[in-house]
Ligand binder design. Structure first.
Ligand code: G6P
Length: 369
């Protein structure tokens, strides 16, 4: 087993560290930044379906649903098409309004999740075009969808999903960029800038991973917390949800993810000197607004751990700890900000002696309702 873990103590840690290569594998053969091209057969063959769609409906569960939320921001921003993101389990039972003018994107690492599969069948029965984003080649969802794109992340064994999340976002970004170019909703220069920045992401993820020892020290300080709050805005709101989910899944510490500005409508009542608050406060994502949210937390004596852009000074001055990630486009920042949150959950779970790769009550793939 040590051999398959590649010298890492757990599959989860191995998979966290595989992300630079996994992301590269996801865009390899699809992205050509020099020529300004994105090739994806599943999109090329069905481009009219996407361009003529009234809206895109994304269905998924768990971490894949969080990737779908990031995609909502990406698609609406770049492609200017309305997007709805639905939990597959809700979608399938609530008589949704779906027509042949809708494109449904189903996201699933395993390609076997029962609720997602049932939601796909329902969408197909209403005439929608259904596109799959799966990791497992030949999986049921990959076969049941009209077309699709694989993430090519390689096998993910740890129950808590890591590299599947970042590669799902990468695929969805490629799709959005391709559609935006075809539609003309993105300028030539912005399109090229996105391609170039995307190619820099694996190197930047590698750099973010180098914070591991620093993150471990922060984990030691907060491992006994009973509750944690994760805040982010815009593209990093779904990352806050995913950060909280990772902590819950493997450490069994209660954690909540929230849009930073919604804090004042409830969670702020929970903040006192015992509450660690992880705030994603990178430079391009409504930075000043997040800084003022951080000031509100500080005024209530909450402990602040900021995920910031390299060289940040303002948050450093306010927070108890900061973890730096390299600078990138706002739309690509989830690929970097999610890394320290994965490592943090991992280290807390190890320090608490949890079964990191197989947490209690959870399954890698939920094939029953
Ligand atoms: C389970 C796993 C999660 C995963 C979710 C959706 O709950 O433990 O890690 O995000 O299912 O799985 P899927 O394979 O459809 O992405």
């Amino acid at each position: 087993e040590q051999i398959v873990k590649g010298g890492y103590e757990h599959f989860m840690l191995k998979e966290i560290h595989e992300q630079p290569d996994a992301i590269k594998d996801t865009y390899r053969g699809r992205l050509n930044a020099k020529e300004g091209l994105i090739r994806m057969a599943g999109i090329d063959d069905n481009i009219e379906k996407f361009l003529n769609a009234n809206r895109i409906v994304i269905i998924a569960c768990g971490t894949s649903w969080h990737a779908g939320l990031v995609a909502e921001y990406i698609f609406e921003d770049l492609v200017r098409i309305p997007v709805e993101v639905e939990y597959a389990s809700e979608f399938r039972y609530r008589n949704p309004v779906i027509t042949e003018n809708d494109v449904v994107i189903a996201i699933s690492q395993s390609g076997e999740t029962a609720d997602t599969l049932a939601a796909i069948k329902l969408a197909k029965s209403k005439g929608a075009f259904v596109f799959g984003v799966c990791n497992v080649v030949g999986s049921t969802i990959a076969r049941e969808t009209h077309a699709g794109a694989y993430t090519h992340a390689g096998p993910e064994i740890g129950v808590a999903s890591t590299k599947a999340f970042t590669t799902q976002i990468t695929v969805l970004m490629l799709i959005a960029l391709k559609l935006a170019k075809e539609k003309g909703s993105i300028s030539k220069s912005s399109f090229h800038h996105h391609l170039q920045e995307l190619e820099l992401i694996p190197g930047k993820v590698k750099k973010a991973l180098k914070q591991d020892e620093h993150i471990k020290k922060i984990a030691e300080i907060y491992k006994d917390a009973k509750n944690c709050l994760y805040l982010g805005r815009g593209y990093n709101f779904p990352v806050a949800l995913e950060g909280a989910l990772k902590l819950k899944e493997i450490s069994y510490i209660h954690a909540e993810g929230y849009p930073a500005a919604e804090m004042k409508h409830g969670p702020i009542a929970l903040i006192d000197e015992h509450m660690p608050v992880f705030v994603i406060a990178t430079k391009k994502g409504h930075y000043e607004k997040v800084v003022s949210n951080i000031e509100e937390i500080k005024a209530r004596k909450g402990k602040i751990i900021g995920i910031v852009t390299e060289g940040d000074e303002a948050v450093k001055g306010l927070a108890d700890h900061v973890i730096e990630v390299p600078e990138t486009l706002e739309s690509l920042s989830p690929l970097l900000t999610t890394i320290p949150l994965q490592l943090l959950s991992y280290h807390i779970a190890v320090l608490l002696n949890r079964n990191v790769d197989q947490p209690r009550n959870l399954a890698k793939s939920v094939t029953v309702e």
